[in-house]
Design a binder for this molecule. Structure first.
Ligand SMILES: C[S@@+](CC[C@H](N)C(=O)[O-])C[C@H]1O[C@@H](n2cnc3c(N)ncnc32)[C@H](O)[C@@H]1O
Length: 291
């Protein structure tokens, strides 16, 4: 897929190098330490070998996920978690009590994106891509996880409308700025608070001035949401999530208030509208212009 090839090759290398640095800091005889030793031997010039080491590290990490990896970069851990969750992901959309809210979201998406050229990031299994396919002029839906994208591809959405491609939401390829609308479902909550303004600034570069952007995300509902396991020093909240294969993963998941969302968008957006449903919040705004 051509768009997949557009992915910024630096981003993967940077991820690998970040992991290398994090790993080298560890002196314990943990699996991470063992891989750190391996990385020390191969050196940063041998990118292919480094990537193999990274793959081994991901495997080891999948077996030993837990608090020892807390200092790993957010996005790498998150991508790994979702890759592993891909096959069971859409169960979250089958919960009976959420159907009314989900229908509400569907209608908003249909109304907002009708006739638009949409860039969707972190599209996952393409649950919302399918809705976009029914109303938008074109949809480019991207995600970091090939496992997620494989499920989206299996939906066989109209290829005349939908293009699926792998892309890191933090390092989007140059799309020639032809999009006039953007969608991100359940992504804002996973972006570290301190990283949101920079992420939004870069994200907006993919759009023509005046584009409509929508973020949809979860409201924390006691008894329904996964409990918060801890709050880190930067104010991000985390959840311990268990997958059907028995693995557990600590995942960043923030539940911002309306004032927090508005403050984050200061200087980046106009016409900001935020609505809180029972289980979800919906943010729409007009993206600010960027050079
Ligand atoms: C909560 S899921 C949302 C999926 C979809 N948007 C939806 O609403 O059903 C978060 C998605 O973010 C993806 N992801 C994680 N890290 C990413 C990154 N750095 N860039 C792009 N996508 C990423 C995961 O693979 C996963 O599909």
């Amino acid at each position: 897929m051509a768009l997949g090839q557009l992915q910024n090759p630096k981003s993967k290398l940077q991820n690998s190098l970040t992991i290398q640095i994090s790993t080298l800091k560890r002196q314990s005889p943990s699996p991470a330490g063992l891989v750190g030793g391996c990385l020390r031997v191969v050196g940063p010039r041998f990118v292919g070998t480094l990537r193999s080491a990274f793959a081994s590290f991901s495997l080891l990490r999948s077996e030993f996920a837990g608090p020892i990896f807390d200092s790993m970069p957010f996005q790498t851990t998150l991508t790994h978690y979702y890759a592993r969750r891909a096959r069971e992901y859409e169960q979250i959309y089958q919960r009976t009590e959420r159907q009314e809210d989900l229908q509400n979201l569907r209608e908003r998406i249909l109304a907002t994106f009708a006739g638009k050229h949409v860039l969707e990031i972190a599209c996952g299994t393409g649950f919302w891509t399918e809705v976009l396919a029914g109303c938008a002029a074109s949809v480019t839906a991207t995600d970091m996880s090939e496992q997620m994208l494989a499920i989206a591809r299996a939906k066989q959405l109209d290829p005349g409308v939908v293009t699926l491609a792998q892309a890191d939401a933090y390092a989007l390829p140059g799309f020639r700025r032809h999009f006039n609308a953007g969608l991100a479902g359940f992504w804002w909550s996973h972006v570290p608070k301190g990283r949101l303004p920079g992420f939004l600034h870069d994200f907006h570069r993919s759009f023509v001035p005046g584009s409509t952007i929508m973020f949809v995300d979860n409201v924390f509902v006691e008894g329904s949401s996964t409990p918060i396991s801890r709050r880190d020093g930067d104010g991000n909240t985390w959840q311990m999530r268990r997958l059907q294969d028995g693995s557990t993963h600590e995942v960043p998941k923030n539940f911002p208030t309306e004032p927090e969302i508005r403050a984050t968008l200061a200087g980046l957006a106009t016409e900001v509208k935020i609505e809180f449903l029972k289980y979800y919040w919906v943010l729409t705004y007009t993206a600010g212009h960027h050079a």
